[in-house]
Write a protein that binds this ligand. Structure first.
Ligand code: 13P
Length: 242
């Protein structure tokens, strides 16, 4: 499978931030390598500009969320069709920050994943347990329930991102054994051929170790995707297609 390294910029980035993508392309000496997929998910305000600017450099653009409906009276929301129209190829759905801050349920997340597929986007569907759930020995059960409730029923490609909530933005990561156990579990519950990413405090210093784990097909990177100097070594730490 071709590894996928995606940067989730969250609510960060202004028009001037395009300089970081130019810096990333400079690090790649002109274009992203073709043995790995490189995706940047900037805030919605930057999707169209970035998609127009970087289509030739093999940097793909994604949204961070979409509404389940195609259009309608949903002030402030953005549909998957709008993201596709702006040039996005991917969209993150069900990130734990949206599940927590916006009360998104598994059913909402599945509806958003379905919407993404309808619009021709590849959804990156996020799952992951909280610290209390892991401490209580419930991590596999929690993620199993999220998968059962959030994954679309489709033959089209989608991506699953395992992001333990307690590892996001904390500098903490699960042990390699715990990541391997969870990714094996997700693999068994996901249609063949879907890429499974790890996310949560992926940094240049730990990327190679994490990306070498069986059934880790890439990474979803938050803070370290904002700077080319950090994101480039993470992208390059992924083993080639395997
Ligand atoms: P950090 O890499 O900043 O921990 O964020 C991970 C994440 O939430 C990516 O979606």
């Amino acid at each position: 499978m071709k590894p996928l390294i995606a940067g989730n910029w969250k609510m960060n980035g202004l028009a001037s931030s395009i300089a970081e993508i130019h810096a990333l392309i400079d690090e790649f000496s002109g274009a992203a390598p073709d043995d790995r997929d490189v995706v940047i998910c900037p805030p919605a305000t930057l999707v169209a500009t970035f998609a127009a600017e970087f289509s030739d450099e093999a940097i793909q653009i994604g949204g961070q969320d979409c509404h389940p409906a195609q259009s309608g009276a949903h002030t402030g929301d953005i549909s998957a069709e709008m993201l596709a129209d702006a040039g996005a190829a991917f969209v993150i759905v069900g990130h734990s920050e949206r599940r927590a801050d916006h009360g998104e349920t598994d059913a909402t997340v599945r509806a958003k994943a379905d919407a993404a597929l309808r619009a021709g986007l590849t959804p990156i569907i996020c799952v992951g347990e909280t610290e209390e759930q892991r401490k209580a020995g419930q991590a596999l059960a929690v993620v199993g329930a999220q998968l059962a409730g959030s994954l679309p029923e489709t033959a089209d490609p989608f991506v699953v991102a395992y992001e333990p909530v307690w590892a996001i933005g904390t500098g903490l990561t699960p042990t390699t054994d715990d990541i391997a156990e969870m990714h094996d579990f997700i693999r068994a519950k996901t249609p063949a051929g879907m890429r499974i990413l790890y996310g949560g405090s992926v940094k240049p210093a730990n990327a190679a170790e994490i990306l070498a784990i069986d059934n880790v097909d890439g990474a979803l990177v938050g803070g370290a995707s904002l700077k080319a100097a950090d994101f480039h070594p993470i992208v390059m730490a992924a083993p080639g297609e395997r």
